[in-house]
Ligand binder design. Sequence first.
Ligand code: PGA
Ligand code: ZN
Length: 419
Amino acid sequence: RIQSIDALEILDSRGNPTVRVTVALSDGTVADASVPSGASTGENEAVELRDGDAKRYRGKGVLRAVANVNTEIAPALLGADPRDQARIDAQMIELDGTPNKGRLGANAILGVSQAVARAAAKASHLPLYAYLGGAGAVRLPVPMMNVLNGGKHADSNLDFQEFMIVPHGAPNFVEALRYGAETFAALRGILRKKGYATSVGDEGGFAPQVKSNDEACELIVAAIETAGYRPGTDVAIALDPAASSFYRDGAYHLERSGQEVKSSAEMTAFYAAWLDKYPIISIEDGLDENDWDGFRAQTAALGGRIQIVGDDILVTNPQYIRRGIREKTCNAALIKLNQIGTVTETIEAIQLCRDAGWGFVISHRSGETEDPFMADFAVAMGGGQIKTGSLCRSERIAKYNRLLEIEAALGGAARFGRR
Ligand code: PGA
Ligand code: ZN
């Protein structure tokens, strides 16, 4: 039974406040969870409640969300069985009373939802991945590792937010992590030799002042080869342009790199040309979050060759994922717990993807904490894909290290990726 729930204002990896929740059970079990925070957020995401008090943390404090946990959510859930995740989540949604969790805050609600899951797992003497995923939770995800940062995540001159390496040819997770880390180290060496900065952006990828978006892909291919891997076969490329961030007045403005302005169809033609030049296997948010028609055309044109992932356009919301499936908007969804705000609704979103034959990628946010919840969650859901940043910055590495532990614990039962 839940005996107490306490929230605390802590800091995330960008130094902004976020919520940590600790749940204690009557049997003595104690568990906590911390909530991440995005920068290039979709406009239909659940509401992250911020204080707006300009005198504290430039308005970004979360004391109201913390108070909502301590004074409203906690009293409502005391005595509940932590294994009743669906009921507890439904109760918080009802208590909030808004369609977007805007009253209590999705950061308050998700913190409780995740801490409750972890407490229930502990009380059941199960690792979190096994508690949430059952005995069949044995699949380690292929990581999409964000090695070059642009857009809203860095001051580089890349319009596209994320250039990721995907070590999908590795036999297992431990080797995939090594392929990725060696390629990342090779990339550092290449950047240095070319006189580029090797400082990193929010997700731990380099943020150099390269000459073009094309050069970013060329550098990555060179790094894969320098590390001794075959581009495309061992290590492929995935992109998250996060195109909403450079879309305005009905057009896409690639102005950081070259002042080009493109229509939706021209963007898709641009990506199609890249597929012929670079070993790209996945593109996320290649178009603006409201460009549903463009997405459908892009999926029709490229969806047979690569994965087309919806992030800002779908926001892990079953309502938008249903529409996306109906309209063939994408063929995969990015899954972020804090876009929707409860564990139960996130699992519901994933179930829709499974039923439709869509892929899904469990994802971090650009503002993270040391909490590796999503690593366990990725194994529990079994989709075979995770996106959790580069090969440096401890808030990213915490997730990779947790996946190493899980693979080791599973031993011979472990599976890897989508095979
Ligand atoms: P965000 O970026 O966490 O800043 O929203 C991640 C993404 O766009 O996938
Ligand atoms: Zn994205």
